[in-house]
Ligand binder design. Structure first.
Ligand SMILES: [Zn+2]
Length: 189
């Protein structure tokens, strides 16, 4: 086994540095190109033991930009291929997963931050979520379920959102609550 080599693809927190929506003291220096601070994409590591095959530790929303600036991770053989052999996710935060080449992610927006509207600004694909499966969807009342649907549509403007539970649909979910979801979506459409 060869020596472990790690490439730091990015070292910033969620939103990168400078953060996309921030003009705090240090972000402002970065926006102005001050040489005392270094811009960075969001935290991610690529590790290898043979200098040819890499394992990514997390897929940050900046992954495409990180590959573009890291020759070792760019395709080199045949017509299609990638030196990235695998991606290990150390968590399910959007900042750890949004770079995956998928079109939609299921989002537990009713249990954890960020909310749908914020998540959509940080992920280019669609989100599946909006319904709190362990509380509102399961226990109702139907008006509260409908209110969650409307809130999800307001947060996202009705684009890039598939209304669904944050996780699975509990088997005990009353049909009336599901009917409330369908009715609320149809009313909004
Ligand atoms: Zn800042």
């Amino acid at each position: 086994m060869g020596r472990l080599t790690a490439i730091v693809l990015g070292a910033a927190g969620g939103g990168g540095f400078p953060q996309w929506n921030c003009r705090c003291g240090v972000c402002r220096l970065a926006w102005e190109g001050d040489p005392r601070v270094a811009r960075s994409t969001q935290a991610s590591l690529a590790v290898t033991t043979d200098e040819r095959n890499f394992i990514l530790l997390n897929a940050s929303p900046d992954l495409r930009e990180q590959i573009a600036s890291t020759p070792a991770l760019q395709p080199r053989d045949g017509v299609r291929g990638s030196p990235i052999a695998a991606v290990v996710l150390t968590g399910a935060e959007i900042d750890q997963t949004a770079g995956l080449p998928v079109h939609a992610v299921n989002w537990h927006d009713r249990l954890t931050a960020p909310r749908l509207g914020e998540a959509l600004r940080r992920f280019t694909g669609a989100l599946v979520g909006g319904l709190g499966e362990s509380r509102t969807l399961l226990h109702g009342p139907p008006e509260a379920v409908a209110a969650e649907v409307r809130d999800a549509l307001v947060q996202t403007g009705g684009l890039g959102i598939m209304i669904g539970p944050g996780c699975v649909l509990p088997l005990a979910t009353p049909d009336a609550h599901l009917a409330a979801v369908v009715a609320a979506v149809k009313t909004a459409a």
